[in-house]
Design a protein around this ligand. Structure first.
Ligand SMILES: [Zn+2]
Length: 231
């Protein structure tokens, strides 16, 4: 006669596949959602708009006004942002990349022509790093080959076209990796930041699309005050 244990075992093995798969999926979702570090918990609070009093700098999005890109990987996600408050915007190769804030270009690379979903490409991403007035830095990575339009040492304005997106380095599909870093206790750390978009002023929610408002300040035409003085 079949023992109770064997009966239980048989029952389990005949459970419909979709139930087993559903439970597994639920387990993965819970695991992904649970913050692993204090920083990640803090970032989760920002992204779900649970932090209200905030006077941190309001950045513009790194792409042209009225264009829209989806965040395919957010802060401290389980894939390549495990320890980084970085954002990945899905972006076709050759999309113009704009400065998110005034600053000085401190580092660039655009001589790489390789990339893919393999860790061997880690050092092959093309990039631009801009330093801002409060010593924070914005980084734009995976740019296309010869896709950097600015030189180290030059001053750039918010909304200025600085390069073109691509798919160089360790990357699963064409996208722009963006992050803000700050020098703290002897090392560079990534920090979550607020953005000004068509829909909001605040931290961006991952897996959603966000429309840019980023327009370069027109430095050539005199301001209204200057016009009044001139008249
Ligand atoms: Zn990334």
């Amino acid at each position: 006669m079949e023992s109770l244990k064997e009966k239980e075992k048989r029952k389990l093995s005949t459970l419909p596949f979709n139930i087993v798969f559903g439970v597994f999926l639920l387990f993965c979702m819970i695991k992904c959602y649970t913050p692993r570090t204090a920083l990640q918990a803090e970032a989760r609070k920002y992204q779900s708009h649970k932090k209200f009093e905030d006077t941190s700098f309001l950045y513009d999005l790194p792409y042209e006004a009225n264009t829209c890109h989806r965040i395919i990987q957010g802060y401290f996600s389980r894939y390549t942002h495990k320890y980084k408050a970085a954002l990945d915007f899905r972006m076709k190769k050759g999309t113009p990349v704009l400065a998110v804030r005034d600053g000085i270009v401190v580092r660039t690379k655009d001589d790489s022509n390789v990339g893919g979903w393999n860790k061997k490409y880690r050092g092959d991403a093309n990039y631009i790093v801009i330093e801002h007035a409060d010593s924070t830095r914005s980084s734009y990575r995976h740019l296309m080959y010869k896709g950097v339009l600015v030189k180290v040492g030059t001053q750039v304005s918010k909304g200025e076209k600085i390069g073109y997106s691509g798919n160089t380095g360790y990357t699963f599909s064409p996208h722009l990796h963006f992050m803000i870093t700050r020098y703290e206790k002897g090392q560079w750390v990534t920090v979550p930041c607020r953005f000004k978009t068509h829909a909001q002023e605040g931290y961006l929610q991952p897996l959603k699309s966000h429309t840019s408002l980023n327009i370069k300040k027109d430095l050539s035409s005199p301001s209204r005050t200057e016009q009044i003085i001139a008249n």
